[in-house]
Design a protein around this ligand. Structure first.
Ligand SMILES: [Zn+2]
Length: 126
């Protein structure tokens, strides 16, 4: 699917949140994510690192939305901080989580493409 104006704003939202919180000393926060809910609200998150593996930015963004009472998710995106600003397709664990939280969620995977989570995760653990 092609991106619409709201998708481009979602990318910018994720880029801004990691721009504001980028950690180039300890590298604890290097990715920003933004998720748009079914009612159009946007929630953001940055990844939180730990000794082995922390939480991806998408997990934090969805967790923030869930904490605010949201249960329907329209579109999500993650953006790498630093100079590239590259859009990151989600890791395997995040794909599974997105599928479980909303099987109709869309995922922005590049500057000009979004796909459904069911397309991105063809054989979910369900
Ligand atoms: Zn992930």
């Amino acid at each position: 699917m092609a991106l619409n104006q709201a998708d481009k704003e979602l990318i910018e939202f994720a880029a801004n949140v990691i721009r504001e919180n980028y950690d180039n000393v300890n590298w604890w926060h290097t990715v920003g994510a933004a998720v748009r809910t079914g009612n159009g609200k946007v929630y953001a998150g940055v990844n939180c690192d730990s000794v082995s593996h922390g939480a991806c930015a998408e997990v934090i963004a969805i967790g923030s939305a869930v904490t605010a009472g949201e249960r329907e998710f329209d579109t999500i995106v993650a953006v790498l901080g630093g100079e590239t600003g590259k859009i990151l397709p989600p890791c395997g664990n995040c794909r599974q989580m997105m599928y479980l939280y909303d099987k109709n969620m869309n995922v922005i995977v590049s500057e000009d493409t979004k796909v459904s989570i069911q397309e991105l995760l063809k054989y979910p653990c369900d």
